[in-house]
Design a protein around this ligand. Structure first.
Ligand SMILES: Cc1ncc(COP(=O)(O)O)c(C=O)c1O
Length: 433
């Protein structure tokens, strides 16, 4: 089998030039923040982490492993099998060593770390007033549903898309309307005429944008985002932009925060983001933040959080966010290089081995969308093939809504040898050698 080799670039200058030409100082220059919010040099060296290490997650109450049966490789829920950045674990340990864990206010460093990160990573100048702590991205989005819609109102999603947008909207009695992405067999794009038509109905209040998109892996560009903003402003529809995967753009791609693209976007947009995907902190509960430039949206939204006492951040959320965003950039840079190597492994594998499966190369994150329609199996048979014959627990494409049938999502946020083992298992299950 022919496979391309992943070339690890170790020199800082080389990675800046070759991998992330358009990203600012946090990645290429590896800057940190001082107490006054000024950049300094990093304190954590590249030698401090090893993504090839197989970390034992047994006994940690991992949801991912808890659902896997004996011998199955779990590659479904979106967390990674890597240790978090040493800077983050050290900060958490140090704080816990103080032993006193009483009520805690949100310190200025929390806001400054986010402001600095958005500027350096995504070239977006954010004002402190726009930022607030939120108890997890999905909880925060649900609060936006509650603040800006009534039962029966319409919320538009773009399937195939992260299933919880729909699930919670429906649980809250809102009507979910699909505006599916268009797929030509290779690439996904938004259906703008379809969006204009869909948003013309007067009871549509919110469009939920997944930016970058889970599960298809697209990093939306400024032109698409500007177009959405203009349509939504015209139709009086708010845009919730879920940017939880934003820090995981793969080499050659640059994330664009929705509200940064135009006046229309900052008028209608609410950005929700978090370090939990990029720094593998999903179990450090309730760690997210919103950025809402428009005061008329921000005030009622923050009131809703305050009224439910959801505005107080737990200590681990604050400590982890500050550490990740002030000291975590070099680790994140290495992680993104490593993930790109895993993605390449998968993409090359399916292009050189005819299994009836096509990988859609993601532009961000550690989730690979696999088009299995040529295998000719019903969705249930397809899932049984992966779970029972190949011993792989993958995410069922059908749960992401329209356009997800015939697809599965594979989480490659794990050591490369596990990815290789998973691919090998598919070959063996099909018995094609
Ligand atoms: C697009 C997207 N949004 C939100 C979440 C979950 O965020 P949280 O755990 O902060 O609720 C995920 C997790 O996979 C996700 O992929």
């Amino acid at each position: 089998m022919k496979r391309r080799k992943f070339i690890k670039i170790t020199s800082k200058a080389a990675c800046a030039a070759a991998l992330l030409p358009s990203v600012g100082g946090l990645i290429t220059g590896c800057t940190n923040l001082t107490d006054e919010g000024k950049p300094t040099t990093p304190s954590v060296a590249n030698e401090s982490w090893n993504f090839d290490e197989v970390v034992d997650r047994s006994g940690t109450w991992s949801i991912k492993y808890g659902r896997a049966s004996e011998g199955q490789i779990p590659m479904w829920i979106a967390d990674m099998d890597f240790r978090t950045a040493p800077a983050v674990s050290s900060a958490l340990k140090e704080r816990l060593n103080r032993d006193v864990l009483g009520y805690t206010y949100t310190p200025d460093e929390f806001y400054q770390s986010i402001i600095h990160w958005e500027k350096e990573m995504h070239d977006w100048q954010v004002e402190k007033d726009w930022v607030a702590y939120c108890p997890g991205v999905i909880t925060a989005i649900n609060q936006a549903y509650l603040t800006f819609t009534e039962p029966g109102d319409g919320i538009v999603v773009m399937p195939p898309v992260y299933n919880l947008f729909r699930m919670y909207a429906e649980r809250l009695g809102r009507r979910v309307i699909d505006c599916p992405l268009l797929f030509d067999g290779k690439h996904y794009r938004m259906d703008f005429p379809g969006l204009e038509r869909t948003l013309s109905s007067s009871d549509i209040k919110i469009l939920v944008l997944c930016n970058p998109h889970n599960p298809v892996g697209i990093v939306w560009g400024p032109d698409d985002l500007r177009r959405i903003a203009s349509i939504c402003r015209q139709k009086g529809v708010l845009v919730i932009s879920d940017e939880i995967h934003a820090d995981l753009t793969l080499p050659g791609y640059q994330h664009t925060p929705f509200c940064s693209v135009s006046e229309d976007a900052s008028a209608v947009g609410l950005v929700f983001a978090s370090p939990t995907k990029s720094f593998n902190l999903a179990g450090v509960s309730m760690t997210a933040y919103c950025i809402i430039p428009n005061k008329e949206l921000r005030e009622p939204y923050l009131k809703q959080l305050r009224d439910l006492k959801l505005d107080e951040a737990p200590i681990p959320s604050l400590v982890a966010t500050i550490a990740a965003y002030t000291e975590g950039a070099p680790w994140l840079q290495s992680l993104r290089e490593y993930l790109q190597g895993n993605v390449q492994e998968v993409v090359d594998f399916f292009s050189y081995n005819d299994l009836g499966i096509k990988a859609i190369p993601p532009q961000a994150s550690f989730l690979v969308w696999l088009d299995c329609r040529a295998m000719g199996l019903q969705q249930e048979e397809l899932m049984r093939f992966f779970s029972d014959k190949a011993g792989l627990l993958l995410s069922n494409g059908a749960m992401y809504g329209q356009g997800g049938e015939g697809f599965v999502r594979m989480n490659i946020g794990c050591p490369r040898k596990i990815v290789k083992e998973a691919l090998e298992r598919m070959v063996q299950a099909l018995d094609i050698r």
